[in-house]
Design a protein around this ligand. Structure first.
Ligand SMILES: C[S@@+](CC[C@H](N)C(=O)[O-])C[C@H]1O[C@@H](n2cnc3c(N)ncnc32)[C@H](O)[C@@H]1O
Length: 272
């Protein structure tokens, strides 16, 4: 987050407003809200910006959906603007360093900035990163090369996987599943289950809160509903919630998140 602070501190308010709108239009995720103090945006401006971005976001996601989301990612990675470019996630570091997750074949689903891929490769994993944004994959390749590690990056759509095959010992998803609208979440789960085998571990990071009425109306992508992880994965995984907010705090954005460590059981996936 510090690097984002530094990079954005000098930007004009107009640029910042565009950035806010762009972020929320496509993903509904912007940790960058946490930085608001550094721009001395007052309360009125803050809510004005948010209102604009909510309306723009809702309309755009209704009109353009997946295409716009993909365009947003392509653009953001090309110009290195992503607020989640904050290095490997602490929960992953802890699990690997404590030995609870052991080296094996790993895949990062929606690999984005590639921080988690690079961390895993540095710790002896055989890593694949998959993302539908070509610019993310290019960024990942450049970063892995600079870090001196080998990671296989693949451009593919997690709702319709055609270039990734085989089983993995570890699946990681930071902020990809929760970013999809419900129908695409169904397809994601179907596709991703094919990459698992008994005992595969799945580390899932997601925003999670019950939508307020206007969120449900304007957005179909944003956060997982409480209980949704269990509903989607409970048949196939033992699920442990290892971190996150127990009760959403609606005075903050995002109001809540969850981190899940799931272990695949032996249940066979239905092909229907
Ligand atoms: C919130 S970002 C998180 C990125 C990454 N996990 C990280 O920590 O840097 C979500 C990522 O999922 C990717 N993504 C979204 N929908 C996808 C899809 N259907 N198939 C593949 N990748 C997708 C986006 O391009 C983006 O890189």
């Amino acid at each position: 987050m510090d690097s984002i602070h530094n990079e954005l501190r000098d930007n004009s308010r107009v640029q910042l407003a565009s950035y806010y709108v762009l972020c929320e239009i496509c993903s509904g995720h912007f940790d960058i809200m946490k930085c608001e103090d550094s721009y001395s945006i007052n309360y009125r401006e803050y809510w004005c910006l948010r209102a604009h971005s909510w309306v723009a976001s809702g309309l755009c996601s209704i009109m353009l959906g997946k295409k716009l989301a993909k365009w947003f990612y392509e653009f953001g990675y090309r110009y290195k603007l992503m607020p989640w470019d904050i290095g490997p996630r602490s929960e992953l570091i802890e699990l690997v360093e404590s030995g609870r997750i052991e080296p094996g074949r790993a895949i990062d689903l929606g690999s984005g900035t590639a921080s988690n891929c690079i961390f895993l490769a540095q710790h002896g994993f055989d890593v694949t990163g998959v993302d539908y944004a070509k610019s993310a994959v290019e960024l990942g390749r450049t970063r892995a090369r600079k870090a001196g590690v080998s990671v296989e990056f693949i451009v593919d759509d997690l709702t319709d996987l055609s270039h990734v095959s085989g089983n993995f010992d570890l699946l990681v998803d930071y902020g990809t599943l929760d970013d999809l609208p419900p129908k695409e979440r169904d397809l994601y789960v179907k596709n991703v289950l094919r990459l698992t085998k008994p005992d595969t571990l799945f580390l899932l990071f997601c925003f999670e809160w019950p939508p307020r009425w206007w969120e449900g109306f304007l957005f179909d992508r944003m956060a997982m509903r409480p209980g949704e992880v269990e509903r989607r994965f409970g048949n196939y995984f033992e699920i442990e919630r290892i971190s996150g907010t127990k009760k959403p705090d609606f005075s903050k954005y995002p109001p809540g998140y969850g981190v899940y460590l799931m272990k695949r059981n032996g249940r066979v996936v239905s092909t229907q």
